[in-house]
Design a protein around this ligand. Sequence first.
Ligand SMILES: [Zn+2]
Length: 188
Amino acid sequence: MKKTAATNTQASHGNAAPASGNAVPRVDPLPRIGNGFDVHALAPGLPFFLGGVRIAHSKGCIAHSDGDCLLHALCDAMLGALALGDIGKHFPDTSDEYKGIDSKILLKKTYELIRKAGYIPGNVDCTVYLQAPKISHRIPEMRAVIAGILEMAPDAVSIKATTTERLGFVGREEGIAVQVTVLLWPEG
Ligand SMILES: [Zn+2]
């Protein structure tokens, strides 16, 4: 995130050293925002994982991994914030290494990538689109799991759930969708 004196429009905010001669002023990295979206089909008899917890339900997600739609959207949001591609690029669903994998491991690996790039998560906001079952009583657990992996306070992790009023594939209980927005903060 280095800018030249000519393109640096942030100098007046005080985060750039004054230009002298040919020296390029150092500009501190800015916060980055990312969004993630994931969908999975639901099928009877599969385990149902969401937000790192197992939820009792007659159906679960069809997936190469454990199918945790929330954690996948969260990984995508974090990767997207730094323009690092998506979860499929880093953890391909054609690889045996990721077959049936616990998505908490994918989130941890994504977190390590973010840290390596010099960023920490600021806050996370997730919306789950699911007709059934009701998950609101499990949300505190999901927030704690995510906060634990991302080394952040649970009150910086928001998870909301909504139905789609029986409309569409979510409403027909054929699938689940999750949308996540994340703010990443430059470390130090
Ligand atoms: Zn997924």
